[in-house]
Ligand binder design. Structure first.
Ligand code: PLP
Length: 416
């Protein structure tokens, strides 16, 4: 027992102190202290980031890259410093390879739109069966417009990708491969190093949807040699409505602009308009200035805790919750390998609709997600309407998991 405790990293991780940084975690829901286990949908925001948002609107709200006046210059500097923080975090080579977007969905649509003018009907593109709808639908639209063929890398019963099938699907017709780094519905960490390497061997480019990985794993885009990587700030302690597309300079240069407007031009006349260079070519209009600055602050906050510490602690939560949940009779967990997963558990109870269980949990102050998690192909694979998904963050605790387990036992008794 003593031996087991010394291995328990949750004892040294300062979670009680960290929790105090998050005002929302102090509130009650339906008369119970909030237990927030819907982090895969959106994360909560620490006071340090809320302060940066308030400071922007209280002290230097102004449009960027335009005015000569002082506030505009302060805002521009802060926005560009945030871009630099994001570049450093993902180890991109150049800060102009970081394009600010409204989030992952926008970033993927930007690339799908760009490739609509670069593909032809002989081309093939591969998408994985584990994708969020955001990483499926834009490519379907692209394929409709270009006549290119969309092929699916199948998944296995354990929630991992079928890598043998991937090898067989790859050919010199393959032009693009899109896979998420981590599945939002199951938590599976995909072998993206291998996928990128093999895709490059046939000359295909790879877009990795990092929305679900970024809160848990610090990706190094140069070490990965990934062509495009997308993230959303709101999944990693930042605000909604902002994210980035990382793209290799030469590939971003090949793509036409996604939207026309202010800020993305070099010169405009009715005869001919020339486009600005990177990153501005893809940043038409007034961006989410405050959001970008707050994204930088969110990264600072997460680094103050440390991504390695976060990963170790969250894995401890995952192992603990998986053990406790498995003890409840009739539990079925989807995506089973705890060593290739982030802290997400998708599960069902025999004979109980996920929505009914989720509703009872909510009455007890516990927020989980129920449904298809924007990944209907995965639900179809398991032939289920949806799952209950508990997704953990570094500010969650084992005590909260105990509360959820007790609530689930109660829900199961009420519903069966
Ligand atoms: C959340 C998520 C998205 C969509 O992100 P938005 O912020 O809604 O654009 C896409 N893919 C994955 C894997 C996600 O988890």
């Amino acid at each position: 027992m003593a031996n087991k405790q010394s291995l328990d990293t949750t004892l040294s991780f300062p979670v009680e102190k960290i929790k105090k940084d998050f005002p929302i975690l102090q509130r009650e829901v339906n008369g119970h202290p909030l237990v927030y286990f819907d982090n895969a949908a959106t994360s909560q925001t620490p006071q340090q980031v809320i302060d940066v948002i308030a400071d922007y609107y209280q002290n230097y709200n102004a449009n960027i890259h335009r005015g000569v006046h002082t506030l505009s210059q302060i805002a521009t500097d802060a926005y560009e410093q945030a871009r630099e923080k994001i570049r450093a975090h993902f180890n991109a080579n150049k800060s102009y390879e970081i394009i600010f977007t409204a989030g992952t969905t926008h970033a993927i649509n930007l690339v799908a739109n760009g490739y609509t003018s670069l593909l032809s009907k002989e081309d093939e593109v591969l998408v994985s069966a584990l994708e969020h709808h955001s990483n499926i639908v834009p490519w379907q639209i692209m394929c409709e417009k270009t006549g290119a063929t969309l092929k699916v890398i199948p998944m296995l019963e354990n929630g991992e990708l079928d890598m043998l099938a991937f090898d067989q699907l790859l050919s010199n017709k393959t032009k693009l491969v899109f896979v998420n780094h981590v599945s939002n519905a199951l938590g599976t960490i995909n072998p993206i190093e291998e996928i990128i390497k093999k895709a490059h061997q046939v000359g295909a480019k790879v877009l990795i949807d990092g929305a679900q990985a970024a809160p848990h794993i610090q990706a190094d885009v140069q070490a990965l040699d990934v062509d495009f990587y997308t993230v959303s700030a709101h999944k990693m302690c930042g605000p909604t409505g902002v994210g980035v597309l990382y793209g290799k300079e030469e590939l971003l240069n090949l793509m036409p602009p996604y939207q026309g407007g202010g800020e993305m031009i070099a010169e405009v006349s009715f005869e001919k308009t020339t486009y600005a260079g990177l990153p501005h070519k893809f940043e038409a209009g007034t961006p989410n200035i405050c959001g970008g600055i707050a994204f930088g602050a969110a990264l600072d906050y997460m680094h103050s805790i440390g991504f390695d510490n976060i990963a170790t602690y969250e894995n401890e939560l995952l192992v603990y919750a998986t053990e406790k949940l498995s003890e409840i009779e009739g539990t079925r967990i989807f995506g089973t390998s705890t060593d290739k997963k982030t802290a997400v558990i998708s599960f069902n109870f025999e004979g109980i609709h996920p929505y009914d269980a989720g509703t009872i949990l909510d009455k007890l102050g516990i927020a989980v997600r129920t449904g298809h998690h924007c990944a209907q192909p995965i639900m179809d694979f398991y032939a289920i309407p949806g799952t209950i998904r508990a997704s953990f963050a570094f500010y969650n605790t084992k005590a909260e998991i105990d509360l959820m387990i007790n609530a689930l036992k109660k829900a199961k008794m009420m519903l069966s």
